[in-house]
Write a protein that binds this ligand. Structure first.
Ligand code: ADP
Ligand code: MG
Length: 276
């Protein structure tokens, strides 16, 4: 694995050495009827508490698999996964407490069409047994945070794709997650909406202090958002490089026109091209 430091900055967040997520010697093999599919091999990755890590790589290189292993949805074939210092898997069984405070966001918003936006956002609180009044109040607050004020009583079909994705983010934030795992959440959005969502996600990250792992196809998006960008090789996915972004925060659309930003993007594109 090449550890690459492109730029450092005084503005880099201080994680105080606290580890949010740790993966050690992790392999993931899918047993299928036609044989074993080796999706990930020898993944070692420490993600600091509050850190924002983007995960990039070609289609099929194992990004979703890594996110699913990190989220506790999928057991690793070998190696260990820790969340907040606790092993997620013990003797092949998942320790639910280790990842109780995880929020997940996928490419599709997956909202319940027959629930209002408020009720969708409040669903995790309902499952946790919170009272109707307290979860409604929290859902309204979250709608405000993601720019959905005024749409609390709307239904998913009445919202644009970007707005539905915002609702999905609000729902993921409902339980105050310490870890937010996002799999190409803006992949289906138009470019302008995506830029806006990136700015908003940056604010949400700063405000919530959550550890974020963000999968994307877009290298500029990965660099814009991240403290570090992890590049995976094609199957089996291995960590090819870890790039420290180090650009000052908060970042704006001007950041993308800066030489520092463009150098990092160019370097990562070159690495990706070398693989094809
Ligand atoms: N449930 C599964 N069973 C068998 N193979 C799978 C399964 N899920 C993913 N794969 C394979 O594992 C590899 C990595 O997939 P994935 O993690 O979805 O990649 P990415 O998200 O980077 O596109 C791919 O070759 C894919 O076909
Ligand atoms: Mg994927």
């Amino acid at each position: 694995m090449t550890q690459q430091t492109v730029a450092r900055s005084e503005a880099a967040p201080d994680h105080g050495g606290a580890v949010g997520l740790r993966v050690s010697g992790m392999d993931k093999i899918y047993p299928t009827r036609r044989g074993r599919v080796e999706a990930l091999r020898g993944i070692d990755l420490d993600i600091g508490r509050g850190e924002f890590v983007s995960l990039v790589g070609r289609s099929g290189c194992g990004k979703t698999t890594l996110l699913r292993v990190l989220s506790g949805l999928l057991p690793p074939t070998a190696g260990t996964v820790e969340a907040g210092g606790r092993p997620v898997w013990v003797d092949g069984r998942r320790d639910d407490a280790a990842f109780a405070s995880f929020g997940l966001v996928f490419q599709e918003a997956n909202l319940f069409p027959w629930f209002s936006i408020t009720d969708n956002v409040a669903l995790p609180l309902k499952l946790r047994g919170e009272s109707t009044s307290s979860r409604r109040a929290r859902a309204r607050e979250l709608c405000g945070m993601v720019g959905l004020s005024g749409f609390e009583d709307s239904y998913p079909r009445e919202l644009s794709g970007g707005m539905r994705q915002r609702a999905a983010i609000a729902r993921a934030l409902a339980c105050d997650p310490s870890v937010l795992l996002m799999d190409e959440p803006f992949g289906a959005l138009d470019a302008l909406t995506r830029d806006r969502m990136n700015l908003e996600l940056q604010e949400i990250h700063a405000a919530s202090g959550a550890t974020v792992v963000f999968v994307t196809h877009s290298i500029p998006e990965a660099v814009f958002l991240a403290d570090r960008v992890v590049l995976l090789t094609p199957r089996p996915g291995r960590i090819r490089s870890v790039t420290e972004v180090g650009l000052a925060r908060p970042r704006s659309m001007e950041t993308e026109t800066g030489a520092g930003f463009q150098d990092i993007v160019r370097g990562l594109r070159r690495e990706l091209d070398e693989e094809s």
